[in-house]
Design a protein around this ligand. Structure first.
Ligand SMILES: [Zn+2]
Length: 99
């Protein structure tokens, strides 16, 4: 998921892809008008986080469906692979130094 959102060509724009401009005489990078627009966008994202996908032209239902299918496929392809997080010992007392 991290790659989908933050990777190259990910869903989140990189700082270089974001620019601000306003025709007002304020010389700062982020004038009060730009700040107000960003605040308005943030409020709308708070109200509807899925708006982010809509703005990127992504069909959310299809995105979730494909992500779930890929997760299931990945889990099924790894079902015979033993996790390295499984403790092999049956001697639990010794493992925790209780003997
Ligand atoms: Zn302005």
């Amino acid at each position: 998921m991290k790659e989908i959102f933050l990777g190259t060509d990910g869903l989140f724009p990189t700082p270089r892809e974001i620019s601000f401009s306003c025709s007002c005489p304020d010389w700062t990078l982020m004038c009060k008008h730009v700040a107000a627009v960003l605040y308005g966008i943030a409020v709308r994202f708070d109200e509807n986080p899925l708006l982010f996908f809509e703005l990127r032209g992504i069909d959310v239902e299809r995105f979730v469906q494909v992500t779930l299918e890929n997760s299931v496929d990945s889990m099924l392809s790894n079902m015979d692979v033993k996790s390295d997080r499984i403790i092999e010992s049956d001697d639990w007392e010794a493992l925790f130094g209780l003997v």
